[in-house]
Design a protein around this ligand. Structure first.
Ligand SMILES: [Zn+2]
Length: 267
């Protein structure tokens, strides 16, 4: 059982891999969010994990992020495409638009966010957390698709499951953050620790509380908006996957070079 590319997204994308085998996988960090779907898109073996479980029963703060990324690693995945709903913190990032993340700000708490808890001290750089090679492929593909897309975006990741207050939204927006989400962290950081390329795509579902004078929306409205975008997401993912070079020319797989503390540093 192996795969080249991992996709982690909402359960609505299950149909991406029609007729895929569902595999019960256990990792040294426990089970991932659900059985892992493995199938082919073109000539590429693709593994799919619905981040919140197949029936959307796992809240953002309880997603088994470490097991999900380790499951991909165990399958031999070298590249991950992560997709999620985001709220907009600026008026020109409109509902229905897609955002290609280039930076994150972590405002979560209490989540296990490293695989390096014991044994050795490792400080992985997340200065540029998203894979430049994958970002370039996705940006080029999105330019030709009928999607209004933004090539850059700083995503602030909150713990949830509650949505922001108007004051929090105002603070995030005035601090230069572009969109808000509950799952990008620690997902992208864990991929980096394991030397896996990660590209993050946000689908704007709403304006965050009070942004642009808009009234806050309910989760139901957000889910409906995301569902409207799903056909575009599916089409995009199917188009991107065959275009991603098999051979990595980025430095993501070398994320541990110089990151492990030596004995002399500790003394
Ligand atoms: Zn990379």
């Amino acid at each position: 059982m192996k795969a080249d590319i991992g996709v982690i997204a909402g359960s609505g994308l299950y149909s991406l891999l029609e007729g895929a085998a569902e595999n019960d996988i256990d990792t040294k960090y426990g089970k991932p969010s659900s059985k892992v779907g493995i199938g082919r898109i073109g000539k590429v073996d693709v593994a799919f994990i619905p981040r919140h479980g197949k029936e959307h029963t796992i809240p953002p703060h309880k997603v088994p992020y470490v097991a999900n990324i380790q499951a991909f690693k165990d399958l031999g995945v070298t590249r991950i495409i992560g997709i999620g709903a985001v709220g907009s913190l600026r008026e020109d990032y409109k509902p229905g638009d897609f955002v290609l993340f280039d930076q994150f700000i972590n405002m979560t708490n209490g989540r296990r966010d490293t695989t390096f808890d014991e044994g050795k001290v490792v400080h992985v750089s997340t200065a540029d957390p998203y894979c430049p090679e994958m970002r370039s492929v996705v940006a080029d593909t999105m330019m030709t698709a009928e999607i209004n897309m933004h090539k850059t975006g700083t995503v602030v990741v909150i713990n949830g499951p509650r949505f922001s207050t108007k004051a929090e939204s105002k603070l995030f927006a005035s601090s230069g953050m572009d969109v808000i989400n509950m799952t990008q962290y620690p997902e992208v950081a864990l991929a980096r620790e394991l030397g896996i390329c990660y590209v993050g795509i946000g689908v704007v579902t709403d304006y965050d509380a009070g942004i642009g004078g808009q009234e806050p929306v309910s989760f139901g409205e957000i889910a409906n908006k995301f569902a409207e975008s799903e056909q575009h997401v599916r089409a995009l993912v199917k188009e991107i996957i065959p275009l991603i070079p098999k051979k990595q020319s980025c430095s993501c797989s070398r994320s541990l070079d110089g990151a492990v503390a030596s004995k002399s540093v500790l003394e």
